[in-house]
Design a binder for this molecule. Structure first.
Ligand code: AMP
Ligand code: MN
Ligand code: MN
Ligand code: MN
Length: 277
């Protein structure tokens, strides 16, 4: 059977529900040959992923998904083949996760204005290893019956621009790109479709982002064609992945976006050529 890859997967180290081991077990079950662990502002799951992957013959590419701010718009930048042990980088990530904690508490405060009391400390303690964020909060709101779905939690309270949403201290796209470059990695614009603004996509590419996530579980054929054409025009690396969050969203997406392994070969080739430059 041909080898396949999913280059966008979350674990408990950010807002997914799968441990790295569970990601590997599930990847095996759905016949993936390669996954990239791309947690938000965190790399804690990579080592375990790689070692469990070795046992089950699944290749794990070290990755990350960084949140950046571009003119007040939240943008996600993926980084692949990063040196995930770099001490300066680890320090920076810890700082970003601390900001997430403070912001989590601020969102919890805002929810109080709507008569909603969330036990923030309990939640933070329960998710000690995680980049705590909105999905944790949304799940709690749902589990405690304050909303009837995760989607509603975002639509009513914590989605962008909603009354209890608090922004994080931003990195700029440029900073994220140079961070990833310094780590020997390749930067990729995550799920461009979700930005719903193609001029913005072009502007972000002009900031030095080297690739584009053309394949995402929710993209239609016409969307994929559009971004593929953009990739050709700007000579971008093309990637794809499910953005699986384990069971944190409606259903497990791992295996729903299977890329031909050729995508990984091209990504590696791009990285190698870049390192030689
Ligand atoms: P944060 O990093 O804390 O700002 O949270 C962003 C995360 O929340 C994203 O990575 C998604 O996992 C999740 N998210 C954002 N919007 C939605 C939505 N409408 N429905 C479900 N999950 C969402
Ligand atoms: Mn997420
Ligand atoms: Mn994202
Ligand atoms: Mn993601």
């Amino acid at each position: 059977m041909d080898k396949t890859a999913d280059l966008h997967v979350h674990t408990i180290y950010s807002d997914g529900t799968f441990s790295p081991l569970e990601v590997i077990d599930f990847a095996k079950k759905v016949d993936l040959s390669c996954v990239s662990i791309t947690d938000h502002d965190a790399v804690g799951g990579i080592e375990e992923g790689i070692s469990e992957g070795k046992k089950q013959n699944i290749e794990v590419i070290p990755g990350i998904e960084l949140t950046v701010d571009y003119n007040n718009i939240e943008v996600h930048v993926l980084g692949y083949f990063i040196d995930y042990k770099n001490p300066e980088f680890l320090k920076r990530l810890k700082y970003l996760r601390n900001i997430r904690k403070k912001r989590f508490l601020q969102m919890v405060e805002k929810l109080k204005e709507f008569g909603i009391n969330i036990e923030a400390d309990t939640l933070i303690n329960k998710n000690k290893v995680s980049s705590i964020g909105r999905l944790h909060l949304a799940r709690e709101l749902y589990q405690k019956g304050h909303v009837s779905s995760i989607k509603e939690a975002f639509a009513r309270y914590i989605g962008d621009g909603k009354p209890c949403h608090v922004k994080k201290e931003p990195l700029t796209p440029n900073e994220a790109v140079s961070m990833i470059n310094d780590l020997g990695g390749v930067s990729v614009l995550a799920h461009p479709l979700l930005l719903r603004n193609d001029d913005l996509v072009q502007e972000l590419i002009a900031q030095g982002i080297e690739g584009i996530e053309v394949y995402h579980f929710d993209s239609s054929d016409s969307v994929k064609e559009k971004y593929l054409a953009l990739a050709v025009k700007h000579n971008l690396v093309v990637t794809g992945g499910s953005d699986c969050h384990g069971k944190a969203k409606d259903n497990v997406l791992l295996g729903k976006t299977k890329m031909p392994y050729e995508v990984v070969d091209k990504l590696k080739k791009y990285r190698d050529e870049k390192l030689q430059r």
